[in-house]
Design a protein. Sequence first.
Lengths: 932, 263
Amino acid sequence: MMHTIRVLSKDSIFETSPKITTAKVYRVEGISGKQSKVLAKKLFCEKINQEYTLDKPIIRKASAVIEISYKPGVMNPEVASIIKSANDLNIYPTAADSSYEYGFYGKITKDKAYEIIKALGLFNKTVEYIVEIPPKTLLIKGALGKTTIVPIRKMGDEGLLSLSKDKLFLNLPEMKIIQKYFIKIKRDPKDIELETIAQTWSEHCAHKTFKAKLIVDGQYKKPLIERIKKEALKHKKNILSAFVDNSGVMNFYDKMAICGKVETHNSPSAIEPYGGAATGSGGVFRDILGTGRGAKTIASTDIFCFAKPDMNLSKLPVGCLPPKYLLKRVVDGVRDYGNRMGIPTNNGSVHFHDDFRAKPTIIVGAYGITPVKNSQKGEAKKGDIVVAIGGKTGRDGIHGATFSSAEMTDRTINVNSQAVQIGNAIEEKRMSDALIEASGENIIRAIQDCGAGGFSSAIGEMGEATGVSIALEKAPLKYQGLSPWEIWISESQERMVVAVSKENLSKFIEVCKKYNTETTVLGYFDASKKLKVYFKKQLICNLDMKFLHHGLPQRIMIARKSNKKKEISSKKLYSPKSKKEWIEIVKKVLSHENICSKEPIVRLYDHSVQGTNALQPFNGEKLDGPNDAVILRPILDKPYGMVISHGLNPILNRIDPYWGSIWAGAEAISNYVAVGGDYKNACLINNYIWPFPDEESLWSLDKSVDAVVNLMKVLKIPVISGKDSLSSTYKGKDGTVIKIPPVLCMSIFGKIKDVGKTCSADFKKSNSILILVGKMDYGNLGGSIYYDTQNIVGDNVPKINLKILPKTLRAIQNGIRRQKILSTHDVSEGGLITAIFEMCVGGNMGADIDIGKIKNTKDDYILFNETAGCFIVEVKNEDIAENLFKNIPYVILGTTQKGNSLYVRNKNRILFSVQVEELKKVWQEPMGKIFN
Amino acid sequence: MILKPKVLVLKTDGTNCDEETAFAFNLAGGDVKIAHVNDLRNKKDSLRNYQILAIPGGFSYGDDVVSGKILAIELTSFFSEELRKFIERKDTLIIGICNGFQVLVRTGLLPFRNLGKMDATLTNNDSGHFECRWINLRIEKNSNCAFLKNLEGNFVSYQVAHGEGKFFADKENIRKIEKENLVTFRYVDQNGKPTQKYPENPNGAINAIAGICDPTGRILGLMPHPERFVRVEQHPNWRRPDAKKPQGLPIFQNMINYINKLK
């Protein structure tokens, strides 16, 4: 029997117009009426501020009531807790669910109510539905799907292509290689075998573009990945593991290692931003957990690109979600997953440009720590056991899978076969706790995350050297009705695969049990060099590991510079003439979406959990001045620091892929050095989020890789991890094509011996000397925020002087280590004036700036130019400035001032003076409006 | 050699401030163990072995239904007797921080030691969202708390990081809580006055209540995180000229001292 308990909180009325009230609905199946009353009283309702009803409505006198629930088959993370707690109360339901009801007061129709629900972002039809008729049962039934044989040997080209289309996503030469293989072994493949090959050979898993031989403007060039690796491995003093594991690992102190991984989750986030962003975080946390023989995740970063929140919605392509909704829900997703996992999210950025309207860029990074002895990728040995751990397997993330009508019940008809997942952070947290303990006990031989391709890719990869034999029917399922191939490639979240020796198996299972994490023995590694999958003793997959992992031929791809003339706007730059105009334009820059304070977002993330934070994202007198990077103290009783930062600029990348990419790298390193990071002891992570690699986009990607390789050469530090996602092209049904701006996101992490010798960006004292350090490229403002405020793009991006950059970085590092630098902030988007303003905010003081010493350029160029690799520095006096910076370009700009005024002059000519508070107001407003 | 007081940091699925809480007790001189609630259920460990029970922050069981509820039900279903014995001993203290406070309130241990009966609640922040920020608190004078005496009247800065921290009870119980001096911490404004203003009062708690104790003063619960300020550089402004000493550490030191003095 199913019972419905509705709970209403006394303060649940929103004073909106119309008034809305909200109630929680719990459905529990397989219990008596009496038991439902016990659950209502003890579990669901707290009478201090709530009331409940049993099996009847609770929202009364409303003119419309709408219930919104997760679709059947979409995992509701709350259900497991409800059942656990019921069991603790000695009640044993067969199923449970929870949902929300919204009641509308006043004169309002149901249709209007529905519109309001949608406008408030309370309903996402991808994963939720409006409950018109309450479900009779919550149990999802279905018969076991079949395994079918695909007669590939007889197929012609057309047959192969239609088999590939919408399902395998391979091209004709690749399909022919598969055909040839099965002709050779004299049989036709089963569906699961084709799916396995397609997963392993997919762009996502095989990185075919990055591994391809290139012909760039008619010249042969080595594959992108080869060029990156070759240069990286020249700088390996700190590298423990690069390009071979789920994250890049570098040496730390005291026999410990630190690691980093950055991932994208763009497509899922575009459809269901909350679940997409949350599972993006979940996936990258598992990458850390799956590094070596289990690393602990200690930090998370989040970097997003959206269209501007106030973009005119008529510009939104068909099927795309509004940018403001995306922004809010992505932030919610990152917040809920990271906070629940207890991983501090303490470095990130948000970038806005309307060309992201077709697809946002959602980048999530994770960083970890592990003993050096566990830092190398583990290898399964013959006889080791394959253990699946964590969540159950469902139909999540399988495309094109449908229930056949014969197997449907009244319930299954609603099951969304392409369910985007919500993610269950607690499932991952307990799995993580269990794995960290098991790793500490040294009972993990090898470990792999079930990400793209699910069991297929995790087990296929772990068994590559030995061979593996799997009994797939053992995999625990969320509900019945999956075909074997679906179980095999399902991308259900919060699952990993561990190789454990026979001797350690019972100990491993015991550790997992303590943390309420489910383990299942799926099979064992053998010496067959084959991937063998059985389902109820029937062999349904039998592939040679060699063919699977090395059968895919290298592609040859052509890259060519576009000969289309770039549209250069004829719009002329207007330079401010009066004090009033100056203040107006400074305000425009500071309130620009890319520049404005992101504090309201940061406050939603727990940035200090684990107690390791030694430089908070915001600090200063009023705790509202931003910093450039995060510093952690990952071992609580040691002074060692880990510094993490990043840089990117999609618009510069689009204008000039080479110099735009140099800028991204220089920005990342400047942020890193500005807080006291030692760049010589750092590693880089490069992420390319690029449009589909047609000739033109591949050309720009090639240039970007050239830039990254050159940066490694100049700075003598390696890239040790990275990822490409080459699908930033939107193709509408009406033929519109939108190329999303290409993004190179450069992340950097590294070590310092003493967190005590680091620096924050807030001005510390009045009457200190302010200096601009580094070589600015004043004339080039293409892609700058200043230009953008006048709707100009420009083609002249700032070029960073790569000879001077390392010297500048060393001087800043040195000054911080010797504690001669009181505060510093790098020059970035918004230019020099933005950096000084932000330092004023942190210090709660003013400044007096004279730009008269900077020659041969214009006032507005000086204040708004965005050359990365340059710094604003606060020191006690001019002697210290001379001592620290005598070998590099520097200019004394002025002094910090007590009070709240920012004066800017060119010798005797005052450009403007303004209250910092007045600027702060416009700087804080844009995100405040959205998030508070 | 004096034996260090034994501290149990209790964790379960979703607990995530266990290590820093253990670190704080370690710094303060405790002999600390982090144990999973399953270890207690399986009798591998017991409250009998400890003088201090700490329930740390996090999202126990995802804070499903409401924050701390599922763990509170687990504790009252399986450990009523053990908990009763523990609090009846004179040499024991309990602290619940953030999610731990939510659990203590939902077990009924706070405010009135009514195990199994809720007399107050911690509910959704008035702002409607999770908030992570440093706030100012006043440690109340003459509170009943057995281990805050030397700190009374002090102003401290701790971080809050929660979405369900609004302390709430009916009028009669609030009156009783105030009358019996159970309020230990209040959110204050720049002038040190208790405030209802956001964000100084980050959740809209009644009477700006951030932490309370039970009538014996040996059980303390608070929403802010003292364990996140046990070293100077955990504070955002430790590089500024007026850097503060770690203001969270004395809480843990006082708890350890309290036990040591009983010996």
